[in-house]
Design a protein around this ligand. Sequence first.
Ligand SMILES: C[S@@+](CC[C@H](N)C(=O)[O-])C[C@H]1O[C@@H](n2cnc3c(N)ncnc32)[C@H](O)[C@@H]1O
Length: 217
Amino acid sequence: MLKSRTELLISGMEPLFNSWGRRGETVHRTYLEQFLQQYSPDIKGHCLEFQEDSYTSYFGGSQVTKLDILNKETDNPNATIIADLTQPNDIPSNTFDCIICTYTLHIIADLDYMIRELHRILKPGGVLLVSVPDITVNYYQDYELWRFTAKGLHLLLAKSFGDENVTVKTYGNSLTAAGELRGLSTPDFTKAQLNYHDPRYALVVCARSIKKPENLS
Ligand SMILES: C[S@@+](CC[C@H](N)C(=O)[O-])C[C@H]1O[C@@H](n2cnc3c(N)ncnc32)[C@H](O)[C@@H]1O
C-alpha cells in the first residue's frame, strides 16, 4: 500500500523504484488485464498475439482452438509467423477470430498500413483487442514513436473498422499515473485508488474493434 503520498513527491529526482520490468505488477499491465478480462469472451477460435503468449491462453482458455504468435524479427523462438505488417506479406486474409495487439502500435511508423493489415487478416466478425500507452515514461533507447489519446486511437481504428465498430476505454487517474511515473506498482495502491477513473490522466488506452460481419457489409 502507498504509505505516504508526500514521499512520492519529495523523495528525490529519480523514481522510487524501477518497477517497469515487473510484468503483471505494473499498473498499466493491471489495467490492460482488466480490459482483457472484460472482453475475454472475444478471445476464442483461431487467435493471434504479438511476440509471446502473454494473454491469449490465460484469458481465452479452452475457447482458443489455435494460437499463432507473430513477430517481425526472425530471432523469436515463440514466433509461428514472421511478418512485417507495414509491408505486403503472406498472411492470408480472413484468418483470425481474435487478434491481441498489446503495446505494439506505439512503435509502428506506418500505423494506417498496419491497421489495414490487422483488419484484412481478421475474419468477418473477428475482434481486434489493442492496448497503447498514454501517460508513461519515455524509453529513448527503444524505438518508441507515439503516445495515444482515446480520440486518436478511435480515429485511427475507425478508418479501417468503421466508427460504430470501435469501442475505446481509458484506465487510470492522476494518482496512479503519477505513482507509476515515480516507480510505484500495483501493490502500492488500494483497489479503490486503482479503479478510480479520470480520463484526463490515462495510463493505458485500450480498444475493441470488430470487423463487420460479411452479411452486414
Ligand atoms: C514491444 S513488443 C509488444 C508485444 C508484447 N506482447 C507486449 O504486450 O508487450 C512488439 C511486437 O511487435 C512486433 N512488431 C514490431 N514492428 C512490427 C511490424 N512492422 N509488423 C509486425 N510486427 C511488428 C515485434 O516483432 C514484437 O513482437
